[in-house]
Design a protein around this ligand. Structure first.
Ligand SMILES: O=C(O)C(=O)C[C@]1(C(=O)O)C=C[C@@H](O)C=C1
Length: 274
């Protein structure tokens, strides 16, 4: 079975996918949108995408794209430790004028760059592994931020190790597919919703439903509804499976308070960090 990820080989998406789902055949893509398009067309069976990072927060493009999915659900989650290193062709930084990487990776090292290389230009690459191949090709003026695996694989030398601002830097990935997962007793459900009116207490009503039923929320985020300023879509992850009687009741109640309720899926909770 084929699983799309943000490539090329050596990106964190690749490393986390290989470790969590070794039985799947990884298929490299150049963007998150490309993965979702291939998944919808049936060219691949699964998609593996980052949704949030412990330092930088939401991977917003992925969250927004979840709203447009049809017949595709979240089937699983993977929490992966991220350790960034700086690589280039020489292993020394004297000649470097440009540091490139995936925007999320650059943001996770922002403090390091401000302290050590305030005058070096930071530019975006498709992924951390794409940045490595670029640095290899462009030569001594380029450096890339990536995993040890990607840097070594592309033939670069380490210029600086462990450069992320937060020692406990973790990214949460989700596996998307067409089949809904059955309850395991240790599940999580991801939803999003918008409100019909802008009025006091809208969000409170939703949170009260969870609190009254003693359901733990593991994430809450808002994203612009992309209409008027001040209109939002709220994303919530909570413990439980949508086939459990209590969760069914809760979802029914949420429908009463929301304009649109999106159900992204119920799936087993990750119990350890890879
Ligand atoms: O560029 C990569 O290596 C990716 O897999 C993407 C990505 C992301 O978008 O969050 C994955 C994990 C890290 O947080 C940094 C970058």
């Amino acid at each position: 079975m084929k699983c799309g990820y943000l490539g090329p080989e050596g990106s964190y998406s690749y490393l986390a996918l290989k470790e969590a789902y070794p039985e799947l055949k990884p298929v490299a893509n150049t963007s998150f949108i490309e993965i979702l398009e291939k998944l919808e067309s049936g060219e691949i069976d699964f998609g593996f995408l980052p949704v949030e990072n412990s330092t930088e927060g939401a991977v917003t493009v992925v969250m927004d794209s979840l709203l447009d999915l049809k017949d595709i659900v979240i089937q699983g989650e993977v929490v992966y430790s991220i350790k960034h290193h700086l690589f280039n062709t020489t292993g020394k930084m004297e000649e470097v004028k440009i540091i490139s990487s995936h925007p999320q990776a650059l943001e996770q090292c922002r403090g390091f760059f401000r302290r050590k290389y305030p005058h070096v230009n930071l530019i975006y690459a498709e992924s951390t592994s794409a940045a490595c191949y670029q640095a290899k090709e462009k030569g001594s003026e380029y450096a890339a931020v990536a995993s040890m695996w990607a840097g070594k694989k592309s033939g670069l030398k380490v210029a600086c190790e462990d450069i992320q601002d937060n020692r406990f830097n973790q990214t949460r990935f989700v596996k998307l597919g067409k089949v809904r997962k059955n309850p395991t007793g240790k599940d999580k459900t991801s939803i999003a919703f918008s409100f019909p009116y802008d009025e006091p207490g809208s969000l409170h009503k939703i949170l009260k439903v969870f609190s009254d039923n003693h359901i733990n929320l593991s994430r809450i985020e808002s994203r612009p509804a992309k209409q008027e300023l001040g209109q939002y879509i709220f994303f919530i992850d909570f413990n439980g499976h949508k086939e459990e009687p209590l969760i069914k009741e809760i979802l029914k109640e949420l429908e009463r308070y929301t304009r649109k309720l999106y159900l992204f899926g119920s799936y087993p909770r990750s119990e350890k960090t890879l």
